[in-house]
Write a protein that binds this ligand. Structure first.
Ligand code: ADP
Ligand code: UDP
Length: 237
């Protein structure tokens, strides 16, 4: 399958049309941003890690019964996916307090929750992706009730599958962000990516951060962290 015109260039990926109107090609870049684009940089090799890791995890999730947009890995950075209309909600699942949760509620990072939490952000860069509840999402017609129920069900399933999977690799899955989309027939599928850009991963023994927080917080060792988590995931295959 060949790329035709570029449909979109985002902060971390480009999206291309193909000769099949139902398929597109996503191309992963090394560009990194944080704080709604305020902080910019590059992480050498990130595009390759995020592309290949996303594809491995999407295939694992398909097997576990979560439909995804994945079709075929084309190269180190390029993947053929089903074209979707993205539901403009960032779906965030948390197992342990960190990041904006810790800040918002004035608690330390690292509190293990009895049950995972779910929250939505309205995917809108101009507004800074504000937190939104499901009633507001319905009022704004961002998704239907049925779609929100399906998305919640899939998101918790993704958490169960990935939490177990990463624990076997000596990694705690702290939190992550998912995006879902609609196929032309309206079916909801998991889209976008699952990578160290979109998940928090802590080493199970040392709590060392193996994700984008190293970039966000200027901690150094960013490339090494991406390489380490990727090494563990590919060993897990
Ligand atoms: P951003 O838009 O936040 O800068 P990216 O750089 O990751 O993010 O750009 C990729 C874009 O492609 C995102 O807006 C994402 O919602 C969208 N996308 C992901 N998967 C698909 C898909 N299967 N079909 C269409 N668009 C997709
Ligand atoms: N996240 C993301 N994209 C966003 C916001 C958050 O992928 O635009 C991920 C982030 O990597 C983390 C989880 O969602 O794994 C929860 O992020 P949080 O709300 O704590 O926000 P942050 O601290 O990243 O601002």
């Amino acid at each position: 399958m060949e790329k035709t015109e570029q449909l979109y260039e985002g902060k971390a990926k480009k999206v291309f049309a193909t000769t099949d109107e139902n398929l597109c090609i996503v191309s992963y870049k090394d560009d990194a941003t944080a704080f709604n684009g305020l902080k910019k940089g590059t992480i050498a090799g990130k595009g390759v890690v995020n592309n290949r890791m996303t594809n491995l995890l999407m295939q694992l999730l398909e097997k576990a019964g979560v439909p995804t947009h994945f079709v075929k890995e084309l190269s180190d950075r390029d993947t053929l996916v089903k074209k979707v209309k993205i539901v403009p909600l960032e779906v965030i699942i948390r197992n342990v307090s960190a990041g904006s949760f810790a800040k918002r509620y004035g608690v330390e990072e690292g509190i293990v929750f009895d049950e995972p939490t779910i929250e939505f952000s309205y995917k809108n860069d101009d507004l800074g992706d504000p937190l939104i509840n499901s009633y507001h999402a319905l009022a704004l017609r961002l998704a239907t009730k049925e779609e929100i129920e399906t998305i919640k069900k899939y998101a918790f399933k993704v958490n169960e599958v990935l939490k177990q999977y990463f624990l076997h690799l000596g990694v705690k899955l702290i939190d992550f962000k998912l995006e879902f989309g609609r196929l032309t027939d309206g079916t909801i599928v998991l889209a976008d990516e699952i990578s160290p850009d979109t998940c928090r991963f802590w080493d199970a023994k040392t709590n060392e951060k193996l994700d984008k927080d190293r970039f966000r917080r200027d901690m150094g060792g960013v490339e090494d962290a991406y390489a380490e988590i990727f090494k563990r995931v590919t060993k897990g295959e």
